[in-house]
Ligand binder design. Structure first.
Ligand SMILES: [Zn+2]
Length: 386
């Protein structure tokens, strides 16, 4: 993205004329679709401005000065943002300039801060904009990718393959004292008999609530995963299975704005407490290039049946879509490692690919995937997990 201003640089005022540029709106959003989540503040201005950026010595006060601007009377002067990243945003009008003041809860450095301008675009119906991005320093804002035990926050496509190693029994290794961390494998009581009837199946719709998951051009991952998951629930119940859902609405399973470990362990706890026979986690993939496409099923060989679960579901999924086949692959994702039963994490296409995003938002493709997941589960049990 466009020019990054150096810290505390001194740029000449655009002109000495009276304030003629109006600030017409301010928008604040948490973005978790980058490697480091950040809060983006966008200031709409009626003409191009050259912002000046200051970060005070404490590293907790940011001031972005917009020369020759005045605040429109309809524009609010104070804004709330994700408290993990920003404590407060407020605008102050000076004689011929406006300051956008930002207080952050933790010290930040130049590397955590980006200010740039974007030109008006008549076609996209956008104004001239000043954009202020501040990185999350708390580690509490979840990134959309699927955390593994050893590579937190790294997208599968960028992840260096690491061989799987068993975790130690020390719960403190993954932190969060309030979260119960059971050791898997000790209560291995999952069923491998034929048929869906009477099986306990835990379905985990990825993300939810304050965690949007990946963001596409028209939709968010959390909503697609929930829509497909609820269709799976319905079909499984019709087949006589006992379905445990980690969520059935748009919520965080542990708590809003929680950390990755709490959130993902909460989902594992639900599966483990219900003594589910299998755990199926539903996600939609995303990548920096819109060209990436296709369907993947991930598993971790923590039992000899995890591969079978991923494989049988994936085979059916590939009959239910025209999306490319990215295969069945191993991964050290948290939920695969911390569930006691065979588990798979499905990436049902890319929200970052326009064609796949469009299809994923149709009832038809959602129904097709729901049916194929249920068929794959039936195949898994019919083959006794192998
Ligand atoms: Zn996801």
């Amino acid at each position: 993205m466009i020019p990054l201003l150096a810290l505390a640089c001194v740029l000449p005022l655009a002109s000495a004329a009276a304030a003629s540029t109006e600030i017409s709106s301010v928008r604040v959003a948490t973005r978790n679709d980058a490697n480091t989540p950040f809060v983006r503040t966008v200031v709409d201005v009626s003409q191009k401005v050259t912002p000046r950026l200051y970060l005070d010595k404490s590293g907790q006060y940011v001031t972005v000065t917009l020369p020759n601007t005045k605040i429109d009377k309809n524009v609010q002067k104070q804004y709330d943002a994700n408290k993990n990243v920003i404590s407060r945003i407020w605008l102050t009008q000076r004689s011929s300039a406006t300051d956008v003041n930002i207080k952050v809860p933790r010290k930040i450095t130049a590397n955590d801060l980006k200010v740039f301008t974007l030109p008006a675009d008549a076609k996209a119906k956008t104004n001239n904009r000043v954009v202020i991005d501040i990185n999350d320093k708390s580690g509490k804002v979840k990134q959309w990718s699927h955390w593994g035990d050893t590579s937190i926050g790294i997208h599968p496509s960028q992840q260096t393959k690491t061989s799987w190693k068993s975790r130690t029994d020390s719960g403190s290794a993954v932190g969060a004292a309030t979260v119960t961390i059971p050791s898997y494998g000790k209560s291995a009581s999952y069923s491998l008999t034929k048929g869906l009837k009477g099986k306990t199946i835990c379905i985990d719709p990825g993300h939810g609530g304050t965690d949007t998951g990946a963001i596409g051009s028209m939709s968010q991952e959390k909503n697609i995963t929930l829509a497909i998951s609820k269709k799976v629930q319905q079909l499984l119940q019709e087949a006589g299975a006992n379905v445990i859902m980690t969520r059935t609405t748009d919520v965080d399973v542990y708590a809003p704005n929680d950390g990755a470990v709490e959130e993902l362990q909460a989902r594992c706890n639900i599966a483990n407490a219900s003594k589910a026979d299998v755990f199926v986690c539903i996600h939609i993939d995303s990548f920096s290039s819109p060209d990436a496409m296709g369907v993947t099923a991930y598993y971790n060989p923590k039992t000899q049946y995890d591969l079978g679960l991923a494989k049988y579901i994936h085979q059916q999924n590939m009959k239910a879509t025209s999306f490319p086949d990215r295969g069945v692959d191993t991964a050290n994702f948290y939920v695969l490692l911390h569930t006691n039963m065979p588990a798979t994490l499905l990436e049902l296409g890319f929200i970052s690919n326009p064609a796949e995003e469009k299809a994923l938002n149709t009832e038809t493709q959602q129904d097709n995937f729901a049916e194929s997941i249920v068929k794959g589960l039936a195949d898994y049990f019919d083959h006794n997990g192998l």
